[in-house]
Design a protein around this ligand. Structure first.
Ligand SMILES: Cc1cc2nc3c(=O)[nH]c(=O)nc-3n(C[C@H](O)[C@H](O)[C@H](O)COP(=O)(O)OP(=O)(O)OC[C@H]3O[C@@H](n4cnc5c(N)ncnc54)[C@H](O)[C@@H]3O)c2cc1C
Ligand SMILES: NC(=O)c1ccc[n+]([C@@H]2O[C@H](COP(=O)([O-])OP(=O)(O)OC[C@H]3O[C@@H](n4cnc5c(N)ncnc54)[C@H](OP(=O)(O)O)[C@@H]3O)[C@@H](O)[C@H]2O)c1
Length: 444
């Protein structure tokens, strides 16, 4: 193997980090991927709905191929900053020429409403991690009742509704949407998973209620309603009696209930639609109503991790406003708004650069473009000597200071053990639900 031209740290082993790692290695760089989770894949492993087996297997095999490169080292169960015991500063001081942060959107977005801390109120991400078997969420109890209000109208709301309707078989799921039916963000494909449970008379009544408000915003309620029922011909056969319905133009104002009995409802402020700056926005109408519910789940997107060692401004990490290494007109260099300076040698990609934005394909492109920006930066100084030795020294130090670091050989063992378990149980896929079981399977 030729000596590495560059040596880059990729922090986060989700799609953005792994596709960036491939782009670096294709350009002769040595890459060290540091990942919080034992397994690679991020939300491709622990976010995408578990029944999308073909898609998940396809992505897993792409990630395996990427990690097979001798230029890419993988260390799982390593959290950088926050609760971990390696700081970004330590990484930069170890001789890496640059660090690409692809840690995703690990922070939780709350609305800070009264009653948000009641038992029975959850953030979608935690439930998604639970049903996708990510430790420690896999072992957590979720007190889901029979009538669940899910706030949001994106694909995550649809995934949660899918889980509630097809797996938990609750009585009712109400999607609480702050704008109107024309502003929903979920796709027809996702609607097909639970369209058979759509309460059509409730939908008709809700469209009747909001039609004048839509017309006032120059929208055609009939056309929009058709988009909701377009999913019916290809709807999956129902497996429960769950009723799925929508409440539009409703912004959560308070979670009702008490500590002993949990949630009893969601108070919402009623909205009207206003067209402003080329977009349709919700404006409070000054009236409110109560949606009966015993569980409330917020599916309103996520934010970056505030415990990571990059300053957060406006709920996000910042990139240099006028990039020195733009790719596709975008900036990937991290920026410190306190000093008004770039954070030297640190770059951002994927959901760490733009939280809760886009599909795996977006994260992949973003990772690849960020790698291009980093490579432009690296070309501004001559290739350093002894990078491979520095990478080996870093690995030695990491193993000295961290317990149970998972490398590529361990991942192979884990993969084999899970496949064996799936065969024994006669299921298509098996995941160990705790870190300890994974460590045992890997021979720690
Ligand atoms: C519920 C849900 C369902 C989805 N379903 C689909 C779908 O069906 N199809 C589709 O195309 N897209 C889907 N997406 C979108 C897709 O998952 C994302 O676009 C993509 O995973 C984002 O990639 P990323 O690498 O930026 O972040 P992530 O996938 O979040 O990866 C971040 C990685 O960073 C690691 N990490 C975090 N903090 C640290 C730290 N401090 N130190 C070290 N490592 C750290 C994590 O362990 C993780 O491996 C879904 C998203 C969600 C939320
Ligand atoms: N199956 C799939 O392909 C799949 C599955 C899951 C996720 N994903 C992708 O992952 C990304 C993130 O998905 P997401 O569903 O988390 O985000 P999203 O698509 O942005 O949807 C977020 C929803 O929450 C609402 N919301 C945000 N802030 C709110 C507030 N303060 N009060 C009330 N409602 C609020 C938004 O309403 P407004 O529109 O009014 O802002 C929107 O309806 C998307 O790109 C999505 O496509 C894909």
């Amino acid at each position: 193997m030729d000596a590495a031209k560059y040596w880059v740290a990729v922090i986060g082993g989700g799609p953005a980090g792994l596709f960036a790692a491939r782009a670096f290695s294709n350009n002769g760089a040595r890459v060290t991927v540091l990942n919080r989770d034992i397994k690679p894949g991020g939300l491709a492993e622990y976010g995408i709905y578990p029944t999308k087996l073909k898609m998940k297997q396809g992505l897993r095999s792409q990630f395996q191929q990427i990690l097979a490169s001798p230029l890419i080292d993988y260390f799982g169960n390593v959290t950088v900053c926050g609760g971990g015991n390696i700081a970004l500063e330590d990484i930069l001081e170890s001789g890496f020429q640059a660090a690409l942060v692809t840690t995703g959107a690990q922070g939780t977005k709350w609305l800070r409403l009264p009653g948000e801390n009641l038992p029975g109120v959850y953030h979608a991400k935690n439930l998604v991690f639970h049903y996708n078997s990510l430790p420690p969420f896999s072992g957590r109890k979720f007190l889901l009742g029979r009538r669940v209000a899910v706030v949001g109208a994106g694909n995550v709301m649809m995934d949660i509704a899918h889980y509630l309707v097809r797996d938990r078989k609750v009585d009712e799921v109400v999607a609480v949407v702050r704008r109107g039916p024309a502003e929903i963000k979920f796709t027809k494909k996702e609607m097909e998973t639970i369209a058979a449970n759509l309460d059509l008379s409730a939908l008709e009544a809700e469209f009747g209620r909001v039609a004048p408000l839509m017309q006032a915003a120059r929208q055609d309620p009939g056309l929009v309603q058709q988009a909701f029922t377009d999913a019916l011909p290809k709807a999956l056969p129902p497996v429960s009696q769950s009723r799925f319905r929508f409440e539009f133009l409703a912004s959560p104002a308070r979670v009702l209930g008490d500590w002993m009995n949990g949630v009893s409802g969601l108070k919402v402020e009623e909205n009207i639609l206003v067209a402003a700056d080329g977009a349709v926005k919700a404006r409070g109408a000054g009236t409110s109503r109560i949606i009966p519910a015993d569980t409330v789940i917020f599916a309103i997107g996520d934010t970056v991790d505030r415990d990571f060692c990059i300053p957060v401004y406006n709920d996000a990490y910042q990139t240099v406003p006028e990039p020195r290494f733009p790719v596709g007109g975008l900036s990937f260099e991290a920026f410190n708004p306190d000093t008004n300076l770039p954070i030297e040698r640190v770059f951002l990609a994927g959901w760490a650069r733009q939280a809760s934005t886009g599909l795996v394909g977006y994260a992949r492109r973003d990772g690849e473009m960020a790698a291009e920006a980093v490579l432009q930066y690296l070309q501004t100084f001559p290739p350093g000597p002894g990078l491979d030795q520095a990478a080996d020294r870093f690995e030695g130090r990491l193993l000295e200071t961290h317990q149970r670091v998972v490398d590529k050989k361990h991942l192979e063992k884990l993969e084999q053990a899970e496949q064996k378990e799936a065969m024994l149980l006669g299921v298509e896929e098996f995941k160990f639900p705790t870190n300890d079981e994974m460590f045992t399977a890997m021979g720690f």
